[in-house]
Design a protein around this ligand. Structure first.
Ligand SMILES: Nc1ncnc2c1ncn2[C@@H]1O[C@H](COP(=O)(O)OP(=O)(O)OP(=O)(O)O)[C@@H](O)[C@H]1O
Length: 616
């Protein structure tokens, strides 16, 4: 098995750099997939609304001067019509502002849906979710990234949207106005000032991006700790582990809070920078006008003309500066966006990498297959489930072979028992057969389909999904199989009885009653194992691979369940430590550790020598 590189240590600290731009653009491609997409339409509507809003704001801005005029002239009819116009403008303005906010919120939900669905489709493709959570150590908390970071990224982007979208228009308009009344000196000085402000803010934002990235990681760790306690509450309580868990959970909280404090400290400098930029901007217009005054260009003007010129210049310069300071004010939001962009971008890249490197192809035919499909059938004998030839495999991050040069066939009617000491690689063999792990060398061919009509695996930890009793039984099918209404109900009830868990029907109140409990909390380990057998009886695969599936049950219960499996025509591949299992199997594969194995015929059959292929 190729060793997975821990790329985490080698990766650079997330910054506001070219990598951020690349990741941001690739996320934008997801959010705006085409010119006719919903997001583009919403963005277009937002642009129209914000531009109209700007026009109205301008009209509202000049209202006071009109009021001065009509009041000074004691013009009552002018005053009445002005009040009417003011009311209309105010209603329009507040409506447009609310519509602007409304579109931003809709865009946020739309972006969140698009981004999360895109992450989901990569995450649940093939075995990416398994590799990401179990085998890759270079990426922290994928769940946190998908559920929280994606949400926050969309929220922050939507809060920036309306200010960003309108700025090119307002900036161009006021640059023109500024140039018109001050000549080149106004716009050039303001652009220069903005450039200095941007560089200063970029320097101040740098450490914030990486600290925010770290904070989100610790946030995920903290949440995971609470989830761990929630899932294992009973085991922890048996250990009277309240104090130790309290200490460990507090430790994670402290690490998180320390990083949050450090983030706030770094943000202080950014706030100082942003506020200084805002207030200095207020004076900039006077500095711009001071240059020609002190250089003697306006020496010919009277004091009255000069003050009119100053007031006119100050007005347009302040509008232009205001446009820029609004952009600079977005620095704090932008640093958040950068942090979240790096976290989502990194997740997308790792998932892409997994998808590209996973060898989802059949080594025999060289053809690719769909990991999730029921029909991953590749040519082979019809009465055989697996053909294994010269197989060697090891666990991830280990150089030691668990099994070396194993050859066997798993054929219909020949039940196989796999035994061996702890950690010798029994479950790992199932992982290799199920293609969760790649083999180091050799050939593994699955010659039946995966699922009800082929091979089904019952993992060591019973897996119970959320949902009704029927959904537990038919898992991993989404719908009844075969869809046959009440006949199916009768089958399910019969199999619940055969598995010894018909009492669950009474507890749940029926097959389709929604339950508000967590199945793991209310079922005993034995009940969980029996429920998994009821699932197996219902799905009736040709081959059932059982990993210590009866370890929590008595030998009598085990006998009953194995008998039923055989009556239903299943060929069994079992893993287990109990000698009582031998009588249900024909052949035994013993893993001896250090790569060695031996294959033995049970029921008095003669023992074959080490490393001998045996056709079963
Ligand atoms: N995800 C993993 N990453 C790294 N090592 C692993 C991983 N899963 C299993 N291993 C290691 O691989 C070895 C074989 O594990 P495996 O689960 O196959 O043991 P087993 O023979 O089934 O043991 P048991 O009888 O306890 O179930 C063990 O040393 C285990 O620690």
């Amino acid at each position: 098995m190729p060793r997975l590189e821990k790329t985490g240590k080698g990766t650079k600290r997330p910054k506001l750099d070219w990598r951020f731009v690349q990741r941001f653009c690739s996320i934008q491609k997801v959010l705006f997939p085409s010119w006719t997409s919903q997001s583009v339409l919403m963005f277009g509507t937002l642009l129209v609304v914000t531009l109209t809003e700007q026009l109205i704001i301008y009209q509202v801005g000049v209202l006071p001067s009109h009021f001065y005029n009509v009041l000074a002239d004691k013009d009552s009819s002018g005053f009445r019509s002005l009040v009417g116009a003011a009311m209309v403008l105010i209603v329009l303005n507040s409506t447009l502002k609310s519509v602007d906010q409304y579109i931003c919120n809709q865009m946020y939900v739309n972006w969140r849906r698009t981004l999360t669905e895109s992450l989901h489709s990569a995450y649940f493709q093939g075995r990416v979710y398994y590799t990401l959570n179990v085998l890759r150590e270079d990426i922290d908390n994928p769940d946190q990234r998908i559920s929280q970071d994606a949400e926050r990224l969309c929220k922050q982007m939507s809060s920036m949207a309306s200010r960003l979208i309108v700025s090119p228009f307002t900036l161009s308009y006021y640059t023109y106005q500024c140039f018109h009344s001050t000549g080149w000196i106004g716009p050039v000085s303001i652009f220069g000032y903005f450039l200095v402000g941007t560089v200063a803010n970029k320097i101040l934002m740098g450490p914030i991006v990486s600290t925010l990235f770290e904070q989100e990681k610790l946030e995920g760790d903290f949440r995971f700790k609470h989830m761990q306690i929630r899932v294992n509450a009973e085991s922890a309580a048996f250990f009277r582990a309240g104090k130790v868990e309290h200490m460990r959970t507090d430790r994670r909280l402290q690490a998180l809070l320390q990083t949050q404090r450090s983030l706030i400290n770094k943000e202080l400098w950014l706030y100082i920078g942003v506020n200084t930029f805002d207030y200095l901007g207020g004076f900039l217009s006077y500095i711009i006008i001071a240059i020609p005054i002190f250089s003697g260009i306006y020496d010919g003007l009277s004091p009255g003309e000069l003050s009119a010129l100053i007031s006119k210049n100050a007005f347009v310069c302040i509008y232009l500066i205001n446009g820029f300071t609004q952009l600079i004010d977005l620095s704090t939001t932008l640093s958040d966006v950068a942090g979240y962009t790096h976290r989502i971008g990194e997740l997308r890249e790792v998932m892409d990498d997994i998808l590209h490197t996973q060898c989802d192809y059949d080594p025999a035919s060289g053809q690719s297959y769909d990991f999730d499909s029921d029909f991953n059938v590749h040519g082979g004998p019809v009465d055989t489930a697996f053909v294994v030839e010269h197989l060697s495999y090891k666990s991830p991050y280990s150089d030691q072979l668990l099994v070396e040069d194993l050859s066997l066939k798993i054929s219909q009617g020949t039940h196989l028992l796999i035994v061996g000491n702890t950690g010798t690689g029994k479950t790992s063999l199932l992982r290799v057969l199920n293609r969760l792990w790649e083999a180091d060398s050799g050939l593994v061919q699955m010659t039946t389909c995966f699922g009800p009509r082929g091979t089904l695996f019952l993992p060591q930890k019973p897996y119970l999904t959320d949902g009704t009793l029927r959904e537990q039984i038919i898992y991993p099918l989404k719908d009844n199989y075969p869809a046959s209404g009440s006949v199916d109900d009768d089958r399910i009830i019969r199999f619940l009885e055969l598995a010894g868990v018909s009492s669950l029907l009474k507890r749940t109140g029926g097959l389709d009653e929604k339950v508000d409990w967590n199945w793991y909390d209310v079922l005993s380990p034995g009940e969980m194992q029996r429920l998994c057998f009821a699932r197996l009886f219902y799905l009736q695969p040709q081959y059932a691979v059982l990993d210590e599936a009866t370890s929590a049950l008595t030998e009598e219960a085990e006998a009953q369940l194995y008998r039923t499996c055989k009556q239903l025509g299943m060929t069994l591949v079992s893993l287990g430590h109990r000698s009582s299992l031998e009588k249900y199997h024909d052949v035994q594969l013993r893993l001896c550790g250090g790569g060695r194995w031996e294959l033995t015929k049970l029921k008095g059959a003669s023992r074959s020598s080490d490393h001998n292929e045996e056709d079963m």
